[in-house]
Design a protein around this ligand. Structure first.
Ligand SMILES: Nc1ncnc2c1ncn2[C@@H]1O[C@H](COP(=O)(O)OP(=O)(O)OP(=O)(O)O)[C@@H](O)[C@H]1O
Ligand SMILES: [Mg+2]
Length: 365
């Protein structure tokens, strides 16, 4: 009898997937498991082959029955949740997974083969959340852009009319000037708000080779000029990260908005001298941004030891005009997110008192 090759050519494609995929016979014997499964289980391919897949789940019976049902054509696919036990690591808590069992085909030996996918539940929850965020950001972006245009158009007219009125009353009723000045002043304020809302959509991207650490250094020194005392900005760089194509000025703006926010909430710690911001860069592999998958990406983390994002706005900080800050216009993060998206990336945030982490993910070539 010939030995089964470790990576049969027909399964090679499955090896590229980030979710765990196992091909089994109807009785649960593993014929193939992809790299994602091996990595999670910390097992070698040789160990996995010929093992019984149901043995690795908390309720083996459930999978055994499903496999039999699918193989016998009772249904073409089935899903359920389970806990995955890691062989040699039995003392660890099981890993919550979503199990999808689907009919595959009949192998050379005439036996039915069944495909089992295991999706880590936390990973899926996170991916769902990221997708939702991107969809929401897209929807609000459209809305704000249209609204901003609608507001912008009449502003010029209002301002002009106020100035005409001022001229008209200059001699007869000079005390009314005060009112026209209020109108002009408020119109100008609205005008600059609307300009900031529209800014990211207006400028064409200027694309060149950029180095993420050069951007970090630049932002770091800009912020330190503003906060010369009491704030330390630590770097933790993975210098193996390659350059990539992007708009340098925009990326500086993006990072500046995030680091500035951190510095702003660190006020009381800056006063006592223990305010900390960390700029951390890392390589990430096989990342999904929205619905697109990238083999390689960079992650830039901006961490601060401030009070955390106020709970009542935590879900909405990337939306325009959401601010938890006295005098804040609530546009900094919206703009940063737009810039990240223009680079096919995204920004997300995890925050609790004492540790806030903004993570910028940007795909690499
Ligand atoms: N690192 C952080 N820690 C705690 N809260 C934060 C942090 N970063 C942002 N926030 C909260 O998110 C809000 C939105 O930030 P955003 O930059 O979009 O607007 P803003 O800073 O209020 O105004 P601006 O348009 O001037 O930037 C902030 O007002 C603040 O409440
Ligand atoms: Mg801001």
């Amino acid at each position: 009898m010939t030995e089964t090759p470790l990576l049969p050519a027909e399964f090679a494609g499955l090896d590229l997937l980030a979710t765990m995929v196992i091909v089994v016979r109807a009785d649960g014997e593993c014929l193939f498991a992809n790299t994602a499964f091996e990595n999670t289980m910390r097992l070698s391919r040789r160990t996995v082959q010929k093992a019984q897949l149901p043995d690795w789940l908390d309720e083996p019976q459930r999978l055994t029955e499903t496999l039999a049902g699918v193989a016998a054509n009772q249904y073409s696919s089935s899903r359920f949740d389970a806990l995955l036990r890691r062989g040699a690591w039995a003392h660890e808590d099981g890993l919550p997974v979503h199990v999808i069992v689907s009919q595959m085909d009949v192998g050379d030996d005439g036996e039915a083969r069944v495909l089992v996918e295991l999706i880590e539940i936390s990973q899926q929850a996170r991916q769902d959340r990221d997708e939702r965020t991107l969809d929401q950001v897209q929807a609000t972006k459209e809305l704000t852009r249209n609204l901003a245009h609608e507001i912008k158009n009449p502003l010029g007219g209002i301002r002009g009319a106020a100035q005409l009125l001022a001229m008209e009353f200059q001699d007869s009723n000079p005390e009314l000037n005060e009112y026209t000045q209020v109108i002009v002043h408020e119109v100008d304020r609205l005008q600059s708000l609307v300009d900031r809302l529209l800014a990211p959509h207006r400028k064409a991207q200027v694309v060149g080779d950029v180095n993420i650490h050069e951007i970090c250094e630049r932002v770091r020194s800009l912020v330190l000029i503003e906060y010369p005392r009491g704030l330390s900005i630590t770097r933790d760089y993975d210098t193996s990260l390659p350059d990539f194509r992007g708009d340098r000025e925009q990326l500086i703006q993006m990072l500046l908005n995030i680091v500035q926010n951190a510095a702003q909430v660190l006020g009381s710690r800056i006063a006592t001298g223990d305010a900390q911001i960390v700029l951390r860069t890392r390589v990430a592999r096989q990342v999904t941004v929205g619905k697109q998958r990238w083999r390689l990406a960079l992650e830039l983390h901006v961490e601060d030891n401030g009070p955390g994002v106020p709970a009542e706005i935590r879900d909405r900080i990337f939306f325009p005009l959401v601010s938890g800050r006295e005098g804040g216009s609530g546009l900094g993060l919206t703009l940063a997110q737009t810039i990240a998206q223009q680079h096919q990336g995204m920004i997300d945030c995890e925050s609790e008192p004492g540790l806030t982490n903004f993570r910028i993910t940007l795909p690499l070539p």
